[in-house]
Every structure is written in C-alpha cells, then in structure tokens.
Design a protein around this ligand. Structure first.
Ligand code: SER
Length: 610
C-alpha cells in the first residue's frame, strides 16, 4: 500500500459514510492574521466548529497540508517534520464519540475497507478529568467495547488516561491557555506500538519506569487524535458548551504509512525515500550512516516544506512567511554544505525538488510547477551560497565568536542565530545566545515580527514561559555545578515555549540518581520562592564576586548580573542580559525529560515545566 493509497482509502472510507470530500486549504491562512501558517486540519474549519453552517453539510473529510515551524528543532529524529499532511474528518453537530471512535478503529483495523493494522498494536489515551471537566468515562467504555469486539480480552491494558496537558485539544493547548472565543475539548489519541524490541526505552533515562503511550522513547507513535470539540472559552475564563458537539479528527498521513510499513522511521516511507536517495547521490553519503541521517532528514523535510510553501505563493523574503521559508532553505543548504564536505554546489539542492513534485504529482502539484519551484529555490540558494562561504571563512578566522559577532553575521550574511550555531558546532565552536539576543534587542528597527517567535520560540520572544525557561537555565546550570562538579560549563542553550535545551561539558552519561538529584535540587529552590535580582556592576567586580561568565565571551565593561537567592542563600549568579522572572515563585516544578550525548565530552539535557 503506498501513502497515496492510504490517503485515498481514508477519503473514500468517510465519503461512503456520508462525508463530503474537501480540497486542502492553502498553507497560508486566508483572512486569519493571528497565525502565519495552517498548522492543523481544523484551522480552516474554525468558523464551522463554532457554529457557522458549512455549505457542504455536517460531515466533511479531507487531507490538509500543515506546517508547524515550532517543531523545527525536533526535525532530524525518525518522526518529526515541519510539513505534514493531516487527514481529517469532521462532524459539525452530527455524530459524536461513539460513531467517531468506531469509524476510526474500523479504518485502522479492517484489511478491506481500511489499513488492516493489528489491533493488538493499538493503544489509546483518554482525558482523566480535572476539577472543572469530568473524566471521559464514556470514551473509556466505547474503547473497551471496540477492543473486546476485536478479540482483545484485556482491553484495559490498551487504554491509558492522562491529564489535560496530554488529552485536551485546543490550538493554544490546555483549557487555561485558551484565548476567549477559542473552541476546544477533551481528546482521545491512538498510538501504534512498534514493539519493545526497539530497545529504545532501555537507553532512555526512564528505563526503570514502564513504557507507556506518551513515553518519548519512540516505541509508541501517535497516529490519530479524535477531539470532542464541545467547549468554548468565555470572557470570564469559564468554558461554555458550544451550540453543537463536534468531532475534529486529525491523523498524520505519513505516520499511518509508517505503521502500515511497521517501520518507525517515516523517512523510509515513499513520501521521503525518493528525496533521501537524491540527497545521497548529491552528497555521496549514505542514509545508513548514523552521522549523516539527521542532516538528510532535515534536508528532505525542509525542501518538502519549501516546495509546498512556494506552491502556495510564499516567496523567500525578510518578512513573515517569506522569512520562515528563507530560513528553511538556508538551513537545508548549510546541512548539505557539510554533508558534501564543504564542496561547492549547494545550489544543486534545487534539483532535488523534482523528486518532491513527482511524489505529489496530480495531488498537490502539476508538472509545470517544477520550473517555478526550482527556479525560486535556485535563486535563493544561489545568493546564499556566496554569503555562506564568506561567513564560514569569517568564523574560522576568529578564535572565538561573541554575541556581537553572531549578530554581525546575521546582519551582513543573513545567518539567523541557529544557522550560526550549527556552523559553529561543525567547526567546534560556540556562541552565547543571550549576548546575541542583547545585540538583537539593541536593533529593534530590524524586522522583529518575522524573527521573533514566528520561526521558533526563543529569539526575542519574551513571553512569560520563555522568560521562565531563561531563569530555569540559570537554575540548571548552578544545579549541575553543585551535583556534578565545577568542571561543568555551559556550552549552549536553546529555549522554545515548550522546553529548555541545555548543553554543557561533562564526560559521562548522567545516572538516574544524578538526574533525580538535579530535579530535586532545582525544585527545592523553586519551592523556596527565591528572589531573582538584576544588578549592574563593572565586569571585573562581577567576576571577582564569583558571577559565572561564559564562552570566553567579551563582555562590556558594565555588565548586568542576575542573582538567584540572597546573601548566604545565593544559589546562582551569572552575567546575563536577561530577561528573567522576578521570583522563583513564578516557576512551575521542573522535570528533566531527556539526555543526549553530543560527543567530545559534551552532554545535552532537556528540561520542561510540569
Ligand atoms: N485538531 C486536532 C489536532 O491537530 C485533531 O484534528 O491534533
């Protein structure tokens, strides 16, 4: 079964059950200035979910093109992409939970009408309830019945309940994050189990905990989500019932293909393998080589996303969608540059798009699109190739790269910070992100909207969560030095609204005990609600007082120092541009969710607020 067959089967399955087939809406939302891209199948359906009458009726089905720039940092593993197709079916005040779960289960498991997946490999999650919204026992009962009918005698073992963080859906996330007027509701996700033989869980830091659908070791892959869209956020902060109960289902097309193939690597599906082959030819590297794999996946994803964006009328520029497209192309180009061992010719990247257009020919592209899409990409990469060479030479010349240098690279050569960071990683150097941000702040006349938040969280995105993660960075750094030793020094960090990623020098994998000790120490400090204060002082005085400074960085003579805690209770003191919270009382409890080795005595931790 090809991925094109899966899409078609899904559309036909729901058409036979009274659904009208809708074409995909554009990746650039029409008449919605609140968001740059269509990031979920439900987005173009918003007015109808809120009660407007749809001209094609109450049952609709489609496969919607989606782009999620916030997932960019995750691309490189076996299952994340920025561009994807989301299969969707909707009931606008028509059927509800029972029919929806039965439809989807039948589509997944019936070999004739659907995909013929083994029900033993399917696991589902359900909303466990909170003080305001009850536990979704109705959904639990429906799933029990469906599993029993599929001859699974222990259905309870296939049903897991989770809080709103995992089993509530609105565009903004949990109920308390929903803006006024936004629809949302509890949801039920279906996961495909690739099997414990993957051994991935054994290498995760939660090896002693039992694996479960939402464990991120990769054993379980989410393949579909049924949202019971029945609430709306009111101005007084409460949730009211929508005039109708809706179903909003979204399923990742390529993930379903991975489940059908029983291979967790989505880049082995026919939506990506032809692109990967082209990248192999161009670079002379093999996808089987673990070092080349993440870069090849990034190139395949970013070029696919770029081709679809261009087709939907986006052109590389310094603003909004165009800026995101530019960054995707530049990142793919940098990856190819290093895959090719620095040889000239990254402009050949444009040629790869013909394989992408072939994959989706007569579905989203027509033959004539090749020239247009390739032309746009070749022009953009052609311009960038010259800057890339010059920029890399400049970085190689300098013994150290300061935040100001990184900012100059951004201004002179159009290197966004993550591109500079990636190039520096290749040549064994680092840069202080905070210093870069400080420089960036100084140049407010630059196109801030385009760079702040629209590509990823982090850069100049001073929302509350991001600020809280900035402070958590200092806490983690100080905690690491207490628990592991003074040899620990920060090598880099990256913040999105979802998590903190922190790189530091340390030779060994952290043990579970060490992870736990770090978590406990940080959470203890948060519990103590220590104050966070900013002072300005001469650099030499700050260093003399023991403030941490990094990257052999050049700091101005007058620096700002952030101190967490007071007097003998001081827990951390760092030279930093901020911003930070004023008190640890503003921070939620933290958890260290993942660790990785970056080789050469450098380790990476991921931390989240829970
Ligand atoms: N809106 C839900 C999601 O994006 C289901 O379509 O997952």
């Amino acid at each position: 079964m090809t991925t094109n067959d899966i899409r078609q089967k899904y559309l036909n399955f729901f058409e036979r059950r009274g659904h009208a087939i809708l074409p995909s809406a554009s990746l650039v939302p029409e008449g919605d200035a609140t968001t740059l891209f269509t990031s979920a199948g439900m987005q173009p359906m918003m007015p109808y979910l809120l009660g407007a009458k749809h001209p094609l009726g109450k049952r609709l089905v489609d496969s919607q093109k989606c782009f999620r720039s916030q997932d960019i940092e995750e691309v490189g593993d076996n299952r994340h992409t920025t561009f994807f197709e989301m299969l969707g079916n909707w009931s606008l005040g028509d059927y509800f939970k029972k029919e929806q779960l039965k439809f989807f289960f039948e589509f997944l498991t019936d070999a004739g009408k659907g995909l013929g997946l083994d029900p033993h490999r399917l696991f589902v999650t359900v909303f466990e309830g909170n003080s305001e919204i009850p536990r979704d026992t109705e959904t639990i009962e429906i799933w029990k019945d469906l599993f029993l009918r599929a001859n699974i005698s222990t259905p309870d073992q296939h049903i897991f309940t989770y809080p709103a963080k995992k089993n509530w859906w609105s565009r903004a996330g949990e109920p308390e994050k929903m803006p006024v007027g936004e629809p949302g509701g509890p949801d039920s996700e279906v996961f495909y189990d690739f099997g414990a033989d993957l051994k991935l869980h054994e290498s995760s830091i939660y090896q002693k905990e039992a694996c479960h659908p939402n464990c991120d070791c990769g054993r379980y892959l989410e393949i579909g989500n049924s949202v019971f869209m029945q609430y709306r956020k009111e101005a007084d902060g409460t949730l009211s019932e929508l005039p109708q109960k809706n179903i909003d289902f979204g399923g990742g097309l390529v993930r379903l293909a991975a489940a059908v193939n029983h291979d967790p690597d989505i880049f082995n599906t026919d939506l990506y393998s032809p692109i990967i082959k082209e990248v192999e030819k161009l670079s002379g590297r093999s996808y089987l080589d673990d070092e080349s794999k993440p870069s090849m996946r990034i190139i395949a994803d970013h070029l696919t996303a770029a081709s679809f964006l261009i087709k939907d009328g986006v052109f590389p520029s310094n603003k909004a969608q165009g800026y995101v497209l530019r960054r995707l192309l530049r990142r793919a180009a940098v990856k190819l540059h290093f895959l090719m061992g620095g040889r000239e010719g990254i402009v050949k990247l444009a040629g790869i798009t013909s394989s992408i257009i072939d994959i989706y020919k007569n579905i989203y592209f027509v033959g004539d699109d090749t020239l247009y899409v390739q032309g746009a990409i070749a022009a953009e990469i052609g311009k960038f190739e010259k800057s890339l060479d010059k920029g890399i030479k400049e970085m190689e010349k300098k013994a150290e790269i300061t935040g100001k240098d990184a900012f100059d690279l951004y201004q002179n050569y159009g290197f966004p910070l993550e591109i500079t960071t990636e190039i520096l990683a290749q040549i064994g150097k680092t840069v202080d992100q905070n210093q870069f941000e400080l420089e960036f702040e100084k140049h407010k006349n630059l196109s801030r909207t385009a760079s702040a938040g629209s590509f990823k969280g982090g850069l100049a995105d001073h929302s509350q969560t991001v600020t809280a993660y900035h402070t958590a960075t200092h806490l983690l750094h100080a905690a690491l030095r207490r628990i592991l030793g003074e040899h620990v020094s920060q090598k880099g960090s990256n913040i999105t609204a979802e998590r903190l990623r922190f790189d530091f020098s340390h030779p060994d994998k952290l043990t579970e005990e060490q992870i736990k000790a770090l978590e406990d120490l940080i959470n203890q400090k948060i519990k103590e609600k220590l104050p966070v204060t900013r002072t300005e002082m001469p650099k030499d005085q700050a260093i003399a007082e023991g403030a941490l400074a990094f990257f052999g960085q050049k700091y101005p003579d007058l620096v700002s120092v952030y101190t967490i805690g007071k007097g003998p209770q001081t827990f951390s003191k760092e030279l930093c541009g901020g911003p930070h919270v004023e008190s640890l009382a503003e921070l939620a409890k933290i958890k260290i969710v993942k660790q990785e080795s970056l080789g050469a005595g450098t380790r990476r931790l991921y931390l989240q607020f829970v």
